[in-house]
Design a protein around this ligand. Structure first.
Ligand code: COA
Length: 129
């Protein structure tokens, strides 16, 4: 296993990983990912041999807040601790940050095991696509 930080992976492999969990639509392509990575504060890639099997990223100002996003482990490599390892390693890149935030639809239990809890008064989350 090899762990790399902020070193762009083979973007075809990253595209494949995103598509494995249905996150990108057909318009999103390699240059979209390249742009995205170039503006991301911290990202982590995990390889088995030379295959990208897990990826995660964090947007942060390193002081006030950090946002975890796009945490993904290839279906064939889950339940081996890779997801947890990525979260802990990403957070360790912003040791002084006051709050680490994320949103999730179907991995609440996973994040609770890592110490996250639901905020007591949930603000209305708004998005513009
Ligand atoms: C969520 C995800 C990143 C977890 O990665 P992983 O490498 O399998 O996680 P770990 O092996 O570190 O699992 C840690 C624990 O969380 C549990 N867990 C893992 N995924 C879970 C999920 N989706 N829901 C609930 N619990 C989950 C594991 O069973 C394990 O429990 P244990 O410690 O009691 O054995 C992975 O399942 C994934 O890529 N899912 C699809 C993409 C996704 O939903 N990402 C999160 C978006 S916010």
């Amino acid at each position: 296993m090899r762990v790399e930080f902020n070193n762009a992976p083979d973007l075809n492999q990253l595209l494949e990983l995103y598509r494995a969990v249905g996150w990108l639509n057909s318009r999103d392509n390699i240059s979209f990912l390249e742009d995205m990575l170039s503006h991301t504060n911290e990202f982590i890639c995990i390889y088995m041999e030379d295959t990208l099997v897990a990826f995660g990223r964090m947007l942060t100002d390193y002081r006030m807040s950090a946002f975890l996003d796009d945490i993904v482990v290839h279906p064939g490599f889950r339940d081996m601790g890779l997801g947890s390892m990525m979260i802990n390693k990403l957070i360790s890149k912003a040791p002084g940050v006051k709050k680490v935030k994320l949103t999730t639809f179907n991995a609440e239990t996973f994040y609770r095991k890592l110490g996250f809890s639901k905020v007591s008064s949930v603000p209305l989350e708004l998005a513009k696509n």
